[in-house]
Write a protein that binds this ligand. Structure first.
Ligand code: NAP
Length: 540
């Protein structure tokens, strides 16, 4: 990549769904934009998550861009829930269609981004040594892009093949007849188990926390379903802007109806499949007693499906409310444990002591395997941001500022780091809503903001300290209204030793969040400090 010595208007970090839309949007505004992407091609998490069974649990018709009717009309989804290859093909289709690659440097991992207050310019450097300058930086580096492999003793000593679900190789992995260990039973692990189980000679699943897994009931999309979407897409997309994903949102609570009606509703949604189950009643996320009824319904299904009662008991989640860890979706997961060659190891009974050259050793036994799949998650929401050496005003480091938690305003910006925008990061609805809806809302808002600054001849924007302090309070208050705070989840950073325990996403909903962001903009960017062009470096 050649160095660009003249400052660009915009540098975008990351060429996933968010970064690609950002390139398109800023080009439309007539701005110079360049994107830096660590991977060899577009796709973000969908480039890397090639593990068997990888599939999105937001329905494909909704997990797609809404900004272009032409793109929507020219792409046909084949299944209710698209698998990773189809999502990646869609992302490539959009990149080609909008000719986005000419403004992307691949294999260009950003190492640092340093603010020069005199020039009011960001200086961005890649690990390969390229340098760029830009007035604005858009961090579209992904909320679930920095994989985490726990520091198990001997983790690198294994002599077979090992993979992390989030860094899966491009070449196919042959599981046929192999002995395989899967460590981790979150969304990635359970999908991998479901897909791998029928192929392997032996599968050992290492579970620390059992999760609630709802069947997906995936199926091919027929013409009638596609036509229904096409005929109603304007209304559907408008509604999605308010609710995120188009689940059925009821107005009654789980305890407002009698037992028979409650069970019937759970059964209907279980049979329908997907995350819609968690929305069976309007208080599953907020009321423990209501949540208990949903949780018990799922535990009954587990005991019904899994033949061995001891294994079934181990698979039943009891230590956190349903949905307080990200709900998982896959058909056939519980059924896999009825296969004679699939074994569950409950790490709470028999702890994982070490990875050995031959496999995985627990307190009681060494499981010899040919392959290990680490489905052990991510340093979520903040990991990709603090991994870059970002320095703002007076050389202040972002990782230092966020050492006790990611202080920010609207999830979009943080004080002391002017002209640096974060897409679907901490403090925004991000992972709690359909990512595509959140991404489009963010990029549109950021683009309007930058266009307004240009019209006003302003040089920079950053939040007030008081505005971000109030926002953090609001984010915490929204989380405290929910049961999310009752689980040791990655939403709270609980999966990364030493990470501050702070509920990261905004739990107030995309509709309310969108309203707040729009009001802030309409009120002249209330809570932000805008510095005029003629006064570089001035902060008030
Ligand atoms: P995850 O939800 O964080 O799951 C990681 C798993 O590894 C958990 O079961 C965790 O156990 C286990 N683990 C972590 N450290 C461990 C240790 N030291 N010893 C033993 N077990 C350990 O990660 P993920 O499954 O990759 O999913 C992350 C998120 O990506 C999802 O929640 C979802 O938002 C997204 N995703 C979505 C889809 C989809 O759309 N279907 C698919 C994949 C991913 P504990 O629970 O005990 O920590």
């Amino acid at each position: 990549m050649t160095n660009k010595l003249e400052a660009l208007d915009i540098v975008v970090v990351g060429a996933g769904f968010a970064g690609l839309y950002a390139i398109h949007k800023f080009r439309e505004l007539g701005m110079s934009v360049h994107c830096l992407e660590a991977a060899p091609d577009v796709g973000g998490v969908w480039f890397h998550n090639r593990y068997p069974g990888a599939r999105c649990d937001v329905e494909s018709l909704q997990y797609s861009y809404s900004f272009s009717q032409e793109i929507e009309a020219d792409w046909q989804w084949s299944e209710r829930y698209a698998a990773q290859p189809e999502i990646l093909a869609y992302i490539n289709f959009v990149a080609d269609r909008l000719d986005l690659r000419r403004d992307i440097s691949f294999m260009a991992r950003v190492a640092s981004s340093i603010w020069n207050a005199d020039e009011q310019i960001w200086h961005i450097t890649t690990e390969a040594g390229a340098n760029l300058q830009a007035r604005f930086v858009i961090l579209a580096s992904g909320g679930l892009s920095v994989t985490r492999k726990p520091d198990f003793p001997g983790v690198d000593s294994f002599e077979g093949l090992s993979f992390h679900t989030g860094q899966w190789p491009e070449e196919p992995v042959d599981f046929q007849g192999k002995r395989v260990a899967v460590i981790g039973t979150g969304s990635s692990g359970i999908q991998a188990v479901t897909a791998i189980a029928p192929q392997v000679a032996e599968l050992v699943v290492f579970q620390r926390t059992p999760n609630f897994i709802i069947p997906s009931r995936n199926r091919p999309l027929d013409d009638a379903a596609r036509q229904h979407w096409a005929e109603n897409s304007t209304a559907f997309r408008a509604r999605a802007k308010q609710v995120g994903t188009l689940y059925e949102f009821p107005s009654v609570g789980a305890l407002d109806v009698d037992d028979a009606a409650r069970r019937a509703e759970y059964q209907r949604r279980w049979d329908g499949g997907g995350v819609n189950f968690v929305h069976s009643f309007n208080n599953i996320y907020t009321d423990q007693a209501a949540n208990d009824t949903a949780a018990e319904f799922v535990r009954e299904r587990i005991r019904e499906i899994v033949n061995d009662p001891v294994t079934a008991a181990k698979l039943c989640p009891t230590d956190h409310p349903l949905g307080s860890k990200r709900i998982c979706v896959a058909s056939g997961y519980y059924e896999a444990f009825n296969l004679p060659h699939v074994k569950l190891v409950d790490l709470r009974e028999d702890s994982l002591e070490a990875i050995t050259p031959a496999g995985v050793r627990t307190a009681t036994v060494e499981h010899e395997v040919d392959m290990i799949v680490f489905a052990t998650g991510y340093d979520a929401l903040t990991g990709a941001l603090t991994a870059i050496d970002i320095r703002g005003v007076d050389g202040k480091k972002l990782s230092d500022k966020w050492s006790a938690g990611p202080i920010n305003y609207l999830g979009l910006m943080t004080e002391g780091f002017p002209n640096m925008f974060i897409v679907t990061g901490p403090g925004s609805p991000s992972v709690l809503v359909n990512m595509l809806v959140g991404i489009e809302q963010h990029i549109d808002w950021i683009a309007d903001c930058i266009a307004t600054l240009r019209e006003r001849g302003a040089a920079s924007i950053e939040p007030d300290v008081s505005a971000e302090r109030d926002w953090v309070t609001q984010v915490n208050a929204e989380a405290d209204k929910t049961l999310f705070v009752k689980a040791n989840s990655w939403y709270l950073g609980a999966n990364v030793p030493g990470k501050p325990r702070v509920f990261l996403p905004y739990a107030g909903g995309i509709g309310r969040y969108r309203g707040i962001c729009d009001r802030v903009a309409a009120d002249g960017y209330e809570g932000f400090r805008i510095t005029p062009e003629h006064a570089p470096g001035e902060s008030d």
